[in-house]
Design a protein. Structure first.
Length: 115
């Protein structure tokens, strides 16, 4: 079964003309990392693959799944269900800055160790 087009990686700009990667919404940009979008092919969308019991840790999972379902049904506002292009453009800057700082720190450590 084919992966939905918006989930496919558009390796180059020309692929977006064919709908590949268009409309993908990064869950980490939303409250509770929960965004409604289709992850499965059409033939599999209405199936349920996991039904936790009320035993042990599965009771916690049941509570989480129920809370998410209720939040979706009530239309609870996410951080921003349609972030502005500017917000999307800057979404990963903090992470990138942290990675760059980590790389510099590692390079300094390696330089010291090489002496």
């Amino acid at each position: 079964l084919p992966v939905p087009l918006h989930l496919r990686n558009a390796a180059h700009r020309g692929m977006k003309q064919h709908g590949i990667g268009v409309g993908y919404r990064l869950p980490h940009d939303f409250e509770d990392a929960d965004v409604v979008q289709q992850y499965l092919p059409d033939a599999l969308t209405d199936r349920r693959y996991y039904l936790p019991t009320e035993q042990g840790y599965e009771a916690t999972l049941t509570a989480r799944m129920t809370a998410r379902a209720e939040a979706r049904a009530s239309g609870r506002a996410k951080r921003d269900t349609h972030p502005s292009p500017e917000a999307s453009h800057h979404a990963g800057e903090g992470l990138l800055r942290q990675r760059e700082a980590n790389r510099k720190k590692l390079a300094e450590t390696e330089k010291k160790d090489a002496r």
